[in-house]
Structures are given as C-alpha cells and as structure tokens.
Design a protein around this ligand. Structure first.
Ligand SMILES: [Zn+2]
Length: 159
C-alpha cells in the first residue's frame, strides 16, 4: 500500500525520513520527522529470521522479511518505543553479535517493528563503553513497512 505522505520504496539508501513515524495499530508517535535515515538490508542481514507481522500489519503492506529500515543511532531519538529482551537463541545469532533484541510500539506492542543491532562483541570488548553514543554502541532499525507516516506538525530544523 503506497503511502501518500512518504514512500520509502522510492527513496535511496541514506535518505532522511521526512514524515512522522507512527504505530500502524494505535498511531502512537514512534519517532519524529527528520530523525531516521534509510538503510537497505544486505543479504547477510536478511538471513536472520524476523518475527511475523500481525494480520492487520500484513494487510497494511508489511512484508514477512523487512528489507528497508529507518536507522537511528540513539535510543533517545525515539519518542516512544519498547525494546524487548533478547528473543533469539544464541545459535541463531550471527557470529560476533549478541542475541538480537526487537523494537515494538511502547503503547500497544502489536507488532515487532524493528530490531536493535549491538556492536560486535569483539569491538565492544576492545573499547570502553561510555554512554549511548560511544563507539561500538547500539544501532536501531525500524522496518519501513511496519509503521505508518503522517505529515510532520512541527518545522524541521535545518541540519
Ligand atoms: Zn501501537
């Protein structure tokens, strides 16, 4: 289902999200316009199984294996989000990564909308962790087809 406000399929990797991003089910604001940048998953990233979308999200266009994500580099860039505990057995976790944790709407938690990528264990061990923006910190990926888009109600401050 094409979205009139923003069509992530028409954007190039690295493009900035120019709409507010909301929960498909309850419309809660997940993050605001101007925050995320488009990440197109590599084949290796797609090998990890992704939790199935709900019937309502599938009806709205959610794919079984999301390929396009909004990339956020700090949890404080989100307005509302819930991070699950590790949901994967370690055997399913790609080499060098900790078990994957998932993102969901902080209000209804109807669907998994994305995941958290931790720094590789070796890199984390080599560098001291000092705050959310420290080298080797976490990256957040929100699937572009598991959220809805609305026009921003606030002015976007120039980068
Ligand atoms: Zn919700």
């Amino acid at each position: 289902m094409a979205d009139a406000v923003l069509d992530p399929m028409a954007l190039d990797a690295g493009a900035r999200c120019t709409a507010d991003v909301r929960c498909l089910k309850c419309n809660l604001l997940i993050f605001s316009s101007g925050i995320g940048t488009l990440h197109v998953a590599t084949a290796a990233e797609l090998e990890t199984s992704f939790p199935a979308a709900s019937a309502s999200a599938t009806a709205a266009g959610a794919q079984p294996t999301p390929q396009r994500y909004w990339e956020l580099t700090d949890k404080y860039q989100f307005d509302n989000v819930t991070v699950s505990r590790a949901a994967h057995a370690s055997a399913e976790t790609p080499a060098g990564q900790r078990p994957r944790r998932y993102l969901a709407c902080a209000d209804c938690e109807a669907d998994v909308i994305g995941y958290v990528r931790e720094a590789a264990a070796s890199a984390a061990a080599a560098q001291p962790v000092d705050g959310p923006n420290a080298p080797g910190g976490e990256t957040y990926y929100v699937a572009t087809d598991r959220v809805r888009y609305t026009a921003s109600k606030r002015a976007i401050t120039p980068a």
